[in-house]
Design a protein around this ligand. Structure first.
Ligand code: UFG
Length: 331
């Protein structure tokens, strides 16, 4: 298929571009490079530096490249930033996605795969989280992703677009060959921060909250390897092409690990000791987020294969230790 990947220069998008190429798809990346990295896009892939807000330009790109499917990753994704500056999240995520959807509609693209998040569930009533549980996002980021899911459902009903929304839990890790990985500015995610501390780039790693109702008092999350996420995107594309109905799938490993577990595993994997400090809770963090991901396993045969926390941390360590400044080679 001819696939356009928006945000293909970003973290999850760039890993998915590689998975699509490996499956023989023709890939075009559309990215405004506001947060993505040119070097994350393989040389043989056409990178179009454009913004999803430009309906006419995007429609022409879709038509000229005879795009069959759009994978939509282009979005801001920092929870804290979304609370401090909601306007950029509504503009970039909601308005941008509306414009993209309108271009998709006008160009008659058949399929769309959307990068959604576990943040649509907010603070869950029980765990593991199944797809039919209530949606109560507790932050602007999750709210914008939920609004986009709703737009997709409405465009699908009215105009026949077929789509899948993938709700990621905690994306982590890097390509097994170390060629691409995670590089956010500012970095707020646990694993990169732990590994930057192990590298001596940060003084300490802070544990945000040690009084949660969990066995060791720290938050529990479901970490899923980015290459397993990429594989899921390829599988749902085949699912749609074979006539699968539009729907949502959780993407997680179904196993929860605490912040302390992750720090201990990182010490073992890296062979380094580093300073760990206890700090107050971070606002808006649910105690436990673990996915039930039986639905996508059953329907598409997807299975996470690199999502043990040891493999996730080893792959991330390989990336961070060889790219101490991420994609920026000038430092
Ligand atoms: N944490 C620390 N210290 C740090 C950074 C994080 O203790 O320096 C803790 C957090 O409090 C949380 C856990 O580590 O308990 C994981 O935090 P991350 O920031 O890595 O990830 P989140 O669980 O907050 O969020 C991630 C994605 C969101 C997505 C969410 C859905 O970043 O985009 O998962 O599960 F919405």
């Amino acid at each position: 298929m001819n696939v356009l990947v928006t945000g293909g220069a970003g973290y999850i998008g760039s890993h998915t571009v590689r998975a699509l190429l490996a499956q023989g798809h023709q890939v075009t990346v559309l990215d405004n490079l506001s947060r993505g990295h040119r070097d994350a896009v393989p040389q043989q892939v056409r990178l179009i530096i454009e913004d999803i807000h430009h309906i006419d330009k995007v429609r022409r790109i879709l038509e000229t490249a005879h795009i069959d499917a759009v994978m939509h990753f282009a979005a801001h994704s920092q929870v804290g930033e979304s609370m401090e500056n909601p306007t950029i999240y509504y503009d970039n995520n909601v308005v941008g996605s509306y414009c993209l959807l309108e271009a998709v509609r006008q160009a008659g693209v058949k399929y769309m795969v959307f990068s959604s998040t576990a943040a649509v569930y907010g603070e869950p009533e029980k765990t593991p989280i199944t797809e039919d549980m209530p949606y109560c996002p507790t932050n602007v980021y999750g709210q914008t992703k939920l609004m986009i899911e709703n737009m997709l459902a409405q465009f699908s009903r009215a105009y026949g677009l077929k789509y899948v929304a993938l709700r990621y839990f905690n994306a982590a890790g890097a390509a097994a060959d170390g060629s691409i990985g995670e590089d956010h500015t500012p970095e707020t995610h646990l694993i990169p921060l732990i590994l930057q501390t192990a590298l001596g780039l940060r003084k300490s790693i802070k544990i945000f909250g040690t009084d949660y109702p969990t066995p060791d008092g720290t938050c529990i999350r479901d970490y899923i390897h980015v290459t397993d996420l990429a594989d899921a995107h390829c599988r749902v594309l085949s699912y749609l092409a074979q006539g699968g109905v539009s729907q949502y799938f959780n993407l997680g490993s179904q196993h929860g690990f605490s912040v302390r577990d992750m720090i201990e595993t990182a010490k073992q994997v890296t062979g380094r000791d580093f300073l760990v400090e206890e700090a107050p809770r971070r606002a808006g963090d649910p105690a436990v987020l673990v996915a039930a991901s039986g639905k996508i396993r059953e329907i598409t045969g997807w299975q996470p294969i690199r999502s043990s926390v040891e493999t996730i941390i080893a792959d991330a360590w390989n990336w961070h230790s060889h790219h101490r400044s991420g994609y920026d080679v000038s430092q």
